[in-house]
Write a protein that binds this ligand. Sequence first.
Ligand code: PLP
Length: 465
Amino acid sequence: MKQVKHLEEHNTPLNFTYADRHMDQTVSKYAIPEEGMDARVAYQVVKDELNLDGNPALNLASFVTTWMEPEADQLLKETANKNLVDQDEYPQTEEIHQRVVSMMGRMLNAPKDCDPVGTCTVGSSEAIMLGLLAHKWSWKKRRSDAGLPTTNPNVVFSADVHTCWEKFARYFDVEMRVVPLKSDQFYMTADQLDGFVDENTCAVGCVIGTTFTGQLDDVRSVNDYLLKLKAEKGWDIPIHCDGASGGFVAPFVYPEVEWDFRLEQVKSVNISNHKFGLVYPGIGTVVFRDRSDLPEELVFNITYLGGSMPNYSLNFSRASSMVLLQYYNFLRLGQDGYRRIMKNIMDNAQYLEAQLLELDVFELLNESKYLPTVTVRLKDRSMPNKVIYMLSDLLRQYGWIVPAYALPPNAEEVHVLRMVVKENFSRDMAEKFAEDMKLCIAKLKQDVTDFEMLSEASRNKGRIC
Ligand SMILES: *Cc1c(COP(=O)(O)O)cnc(C)c1O
């Protein structure tokens, strides 16, 4: 949470850069200023302050889109004042929202006899919560209809998931059962599920492109495992697939891999449109396999904006821009455009991978087959783990933002650097990045040797004295 500053600090003056030329008053940093200022000056103040941020184009940490076409920027500006939730006021916007969900349902291979439904959200976190809430609700209904207790629901997922899964469990009071990673396998397979899944399991989560290594959970094996449980014990446990990062990569790069509605137990999927849907933040989508997978009780009919509007969301009002920009991208790129862009991004990730491997310092954790991420660890296992963190710091001096972290249990001994390759990351940038990485490694080696020599010298000095 952000802290509300104490009274004394309220009066800390704001420092101006170029806007200082036009200012003759001081402005408080932490309280709403008493008097306003000229629009141009306010604009300049905000713009100057943002110069302290990192450069989005050099941010290899995030999956989120940093560039769209000028036409999309124009649409963004023109539609920011339309509230998405005002369906009665803006029926055509709502019609487009429907189309976007429908296009995504088709992309996820919903079977012909299903009637997929869904909604656009602020991102995958909201979408995952909505998906899991629906499954919790259905589980509760099934149990109470059968006269069984409904007090201990659980959700099962691997330690490779994004924090929002844990958030769901805590916020919505569901026990989370986390399947640990293996020390040499960083995604989930069905053979790890025994002892985790039981009659109180509302859903099993699978990730399509894990945040940590970009690998895929083995959804097909989990699906088969749950089908067997259904036949043997009558437990009908749904899978929710988290396609936040891979949801737009899989259909275009490896369409033959089945993880979506082609698998019977996959009842809901979320995707972050603001990742490889190539739209600015924040938009995600949740899609249910069939209308019957979304309990009616969770859909609210809103009447106070005129007409009657069904609504299933955690948030309410927000700009319609991102939904419209996703529609723009679908029309503009078509499936062929997405296929070409995704293939290009994957090729660039592989190129970066090759460049980094040439330095003969790293080992790959994934072969960037499923996501355009490059995740590396040190080849020489005798090197201290902190080297990974020092490299991340050094890269920052060249402007690159590359996260360093340890994998979740039971692979916490593995420390990695992860680079997410997005559309803006060209081959030239890959080359420049590898060159900078080489310099960082050289510098690190130099510094470490200097340091060792220094301590050697001081030890010797100590002896002389
Ligand atoms: C990014 C991500 C999320 C969270 O998505 P937001 O759209 O940022 O809310 C969840 N799961 C995975 C696998 C992700 O990569």
